[in-house]
Design a binder for this molecule. Structure first.
Ligand SMILES: C[S@@+](CC[C@H](N)C(=O)[O-])C[C@H]1O[C@@H](n2cnc3c(N)ncnc32)[C@H](O)[C@@H]1O
Length: 204
């Protein structure tokens, strides 16, 4: 099954509360975004945004240059339905983040929660870093939340990669500088916890 088929099926068959990564509001992401990019005209992309309510919360805080990208059209449609008319002010992209044509040097902030750790293949990971490096503005911010050193080794039936900050920096390469990191225990809707590593990195 392709990456797209896998994720389309997830969003077609599960409600948000039936997925382990669900959080009603991405509080850590929101706090860190507002700190890294306080200007409400900052251009922000949420890759693999899924059905997350981050876009709702950023709109509520008057951010006005938002892009949400996901490989699953079903996830994007659910987010658009949830937002109603407010969805019109968001740029929505459906496709694999390594293949979608993104404008060069366009984004002040790239947000990824629970996506990069699915890139376990070296070539796919390199393609991710190439896309990130081309789409971010020089001096732009990356806010990445991956599974931490004691996080799960599988999620949604897929193998995942666990990271500490050194390992993440090693994969992203010398153009990225670590500004902040934190380990956060995510409470899943099933009453279990998953360890996440949040890293704020600056590009260039
Ligand atoms: C575990 S979910 C996390 C969703 C969301 N970021 C959150 O925190 O609630 C992973 C998301 O990444 C998306 N995804 C996986 N691989 C992708 C890819 N190659 N390109 C774009 N999106 C992808 C999936 O469709 C899914 O929505």
């Amino acid at each position: 099954m392709s990456t797209q088929e896998h994720w389309e099926r997830i969003y077609q068959t599960k409600t948000p509360g039936e997925t382990s990564w669900f959080q009603p509001h991405l509080e850590t992401s929101l706090d860190w975004i507002m700190e890294a990019a306080p200007d409400r005209s900052a251009s922000i992309i949420d890759v693999g945004g899924g059905e997350s309510t981050l876009v709702d919360d950023l709109l509520d805080r008057q951010y006005c240059a938002l892009t949400v990208l996901d490989v699953a059209g079903a996830a994007i449609r659910k987010s658009q339905d949830r937002l109603g008319s407010a969805a019109k002010s968001v740029n929505w992209l459906v496709g694999d983040l390594t293949e979608v044509a993104l404008p060069a040097r366009a984004y002040d902030l790239w947000h990824d929660r629970a996506v990069f750790h699915f890139f376990t293949d070296v070539e796919r990971r390199s393609a991710y870093v190439r896309q990130l490096s081309s789409a971010l503005k020089t001096g732009g911010h990356v806010l990445m939340a991956t599974f931490g050193p004691e996080g799960p080794q599988k999620c949604s039936g897929l193998v995942t990669q666990r990271y500490d900050a050194d390992a993440l920096l090693c994969v992203l390469g010398p153009d990225f500088r670590l500004a902040q990191q934190a380990v956060v225990e995510h409470q899943t809707p099933f009453g279990t916890t998953q360890q996440f590593l949040y890293c704020h990195l600056v590009y260039g």
